[in-house]
Write a new protein. Structure first.
Length: 89
Protein backbone atom coordinates (compact mmCIF):
# COMPACT_ATOMS: atom_id res chain seq x y z
CA UNK A 1 0.00 0.00 0.00
CA UNK A 2 2.96 2.29 -0.48
CA UNK A 3 1.11 4.43 -2.99
CA UNK A 4 -2.05 4.67 -0.94
CA UNK A 5 -1.35 8.20 0.22
CA UNK A 6 -0.23 9.51 -3.17
CA UNK A 7 -2.41 10.59 -6.05
CA UNK A 8 -5.90 11.90 -5.54
CA UNK A 9 -6.43 13.08 -1.98
CA UNK A 10 -4.65 11.93 1.15
CA UNK A 11 -5.81 8.47 2.12
CA UNK A 12 -4.57 7.74 5.63
CA UNK A 13 -1.83 5.14 5.59
CA UNK A 14 -2.04 3.04 8.73
CA UNK A 15 -5.84 3.21 8.82
CA UNK A 16 -6.83 -0.48 8.61
CA UNK A 17 -10.35 0.25 7.33
CA UNK A 18 -9.21 2.53 4.52
CA UNK A 19 -6.37 0.19 3.57
CA UNK A 20 -8.72 -2.80 3.42
CA UNK A 21 -11.25 -0.81 1.37
CA UNK A 22 -8.49 0.17 -1.03
CA UNK A 23 -7.47 -3.48 -1.42
CA UNK A 24 -11.13 -4.52 -1.86
CA UNK A 25 -11.69 -1.95 -4.63
CA UNK A 26 -8.45 -2.72 -6.49
CA UNK A 27 -9.12 -6.47 -6.29
CA UNK A 28 -12.60 -5.79 -7.69
CA UNK A 29 -10.96 -4.19 -10.74
CA UNK A 30 -11.18 -0.49 -9.94
CA UNK A 31 -8.15 1.66 -10.64
CA UNK A 32 -5.90 2.77 -7.83
CA UNK A 33 -6.67 6.38 -8.68
CA UNK A 34 -10.46 5.93 -8.44
CA UNK A 35 -10.05 3.89 -5.26
CA UNK A 36 -7.87 6.56 -3.63
CA UNK A 37 -10.25 9.32 -4.72
CA UNK A 38 -13.33 7.65 -3.25
CA UNK A 39 -11.60 6.54 -0.07
CA UNK A 40 -10.23 10.03 0.50
CA UNK A 41 -13.82 11.35 0.37
CA UNK A 42 -15.19 8.67 2.71
CA UNK A 43 -16.99 10.30 5.65
CA UNK A 44 -15.01 10.13 8.91
CA UNK A 45 -16.20 7.60 11.46
CA UNK A 46 -17.80 5.28 8.91
CA UNK A 47 -17.73 1.55 9.71
CA UNK A 48 -16.93 -1.06 7.02
CA UNK A 49 -20.52 -1.98 5.97
CA UNK A 50 -21.52 1.69 5.75
CA UNK A 51 -18.30 2.53 3.89
CA UNK A 52 -18.89 -0.21 1.33
CA UNK A 53 -22.46 0.96 0.84
CA UNK A 54 -21.31 4.57 0.46
CA UNK A 55 -18.68 3.59 -2.12
CA UNK A 56 -21.27 1.61 -4.12
CA UNK A 57 -23.64 4.59 -4.07
CA UNK A 58 -20.91 7.00 -5.21
CA UNK A 59 -19.99 4.71 -8.11
CA UNK A 60 -23.66 4.26 -9.07
CA UNK A 61 -24.10 8.05 -9.22
CA UNK A 62 -21.43 8.18 -11.94
CA UNK A 63 -23.05 5.54 -14.19
CA UNK A 64 -25.35 7.25 -16.69
CA UNK A 65 -28.76 5.64 -17.17
CA UNK A 66 -31.73 6.52 -19.33
CA UNK A 67 -34.79 7.89 -17.59
CA UNK A 68 -37.02 6.26 -20.23
CA UNK A 69 -35.60 2.92 -21.41
CA UNK A 70 -38.50 2.35 -23.82
CA UNK A 71 -37.44 5.41 -25.84
CA UNK A 72 -34.21 3.61 -26.73
CA UNK A 73 -36.12 0.74 -28.33
CA UNK A 74 -38.73 3.01 -29.94
CA UNK A 75 -36.13 4.69 -32.14
CA UNK A 76 -34.95 1.33 -33.54
CA UNK A 77 -31.48 0.45 -34.76
CA UNK A 78 -28.85 -1.91 -33.49
CA UNK A 79 -27.90 -2.35 -29.87
CA UNK A 80 -24.61 -4.04 -28.94
CA UNK A 81 -23.64 -5.10 -25.45
CA UNK A 82 -19.89 -5.33 -25.12
CA UNK A 83 -17.89 -6.64 -22.20
CA UNK A 84 -16.16 -9.65 -20.72
CA UNK A 85 -17.79 -13.05 -20.57
CA UNK A 86 -19.75 -13.81 -17.43
CA UNK A 87 -20.60 -10.29 -16.30
CA UNK A 88 -24.33 -10.49 -17.00
CA UNK A 89 -24.75 -8.53 -20.21
Amino acid sequence: FAGLSSGAGNVAVGDPLRESLFEWMVNAGFSGQLSRTLISRLPVGTDRPAAMSWIRQEIAKKVPVLSNEDALFDQGGVLALIGPTGVGK
